[in-house]
Design a protein around this ligand. Structure first.
Ligand code: ADP
Ligand code: MG
Length: 247
């Protein structure tokens, strides 16, 4: 059974189709890139999957249940996480405290800040910070982090409640090329270790092809390719969309 089944999903703004009749599936633990030029509809598609936007039509199935149009909090609780491009970070707290708060907030008995909960969340936070290479800045104020570390903290906050699928819309925005490759390699290794499926967008093609098991290509709202990195790279329609670029 597929983890995620997207069927004929569509969304228009002012009569213009941002996402038009898009269908695809994701398997458990699969790492998939969603690429396409600016305005292709990538963020609109992400926002429908995470519940931020209600689709005009079509269906989203997750682990066998219909989640189409559910509110974001319910979708998150079902196991679809997303990154927030550092806006979810509390600058006045330490790195560890940020992860602890996210861990406690994700639990059903939300915001029980009693001592067992805090101790449990501290252990969870430290294990995760170790896994993503932030153990050495656990006691640093999150507001003082270098940009690349803030992006990694964003990843930790998204992973702490063990999503089955993690949506990452431009996780490397604002980073240099080598930093991008390093962050995406970390995402890939961490996802593999936890069997977390990832759907991500990324502009740098080298990072896309080094990270993704499979690549989906959107062009003006339509899915024009869906396949392995080599097949997508060789696809004539994809080449036409990326004319002049080194795909
Ligand atoms: P991408 O993420 O691939 O760059 P988007 O999903 O952000 O593309 O945008 C797809 C299209 O939908 C664009 O033409 C964009 O202008 C339009 N669009 C996106 N969000 C809105 C909105 N909230 N209101 C009106 N138009 C929107
Ligand atoms: Mg976008």
């Amino acid at each position: 059974m597929s983890l995620l089944v997207v069927k004929n999903l569509r969304k228009s703004f002012d009569g213009l189709a941002a996402v038009a009749d898009v269908s695809f599936e994701l398997g458990a633990g699969e790492i998939v890139a969603l690429i396409g030029p600016n305005g292709a509809g990538k963020s609109t598609l992400f926002n429908m999957l995470s519940g931020q936007l209600r689709p005009d039509g079509g269906h989203v199935g997750f682990t066998g249940s219909d989640i189409t149009g559910l509110p974001p909090a319910r979708i998150a609780r079902l196991g679809i996480g997303r990154t927030f491009q550092t806006s979810g970070i509390f600058a006045s707290m330490t790195v560890r405290e940020n992860v602890q708060v996210a861990a406690i907030a994700g639990h059903r008995q939300a915001f029980r800040m009693d001592r067992p909960a805090v101790r449990f969340s501290e252990a969870v936070a430290d294990a995760l910070l170790h896994q993503i290479g932030l153990a050495n800045v656990a006691n640093t104020g999150a507001g003082a982090l270098a940009y690349g570390d803030a992006k990694r903290l964003d990843l930790a906050l998204a992973l702490v409640n063990n999503p089955v699928l993690l949506l990452m819309d431009e996780p490397t925005a604002g980073m240099g090329l080598s930093e991008r490759a390093a962050l995406m390699a970390l995402v890939r290794d961490t996802a593999r270790a936890r069997n977390t499926a990832i759907l991500f967008t990324e502009h740098d093609m080298a990072a896309v092809f080094a990270t993704a098991d499979r690549v989906l290509v959107l062009d003006r709202g339509a899915l024009i390719a869906n396949g392995g990195p080599d097949a997508v790279r060789a696809d004539a329609r994809v080449k036409a969309v990326y004319l002049g670029e080194d795909v």
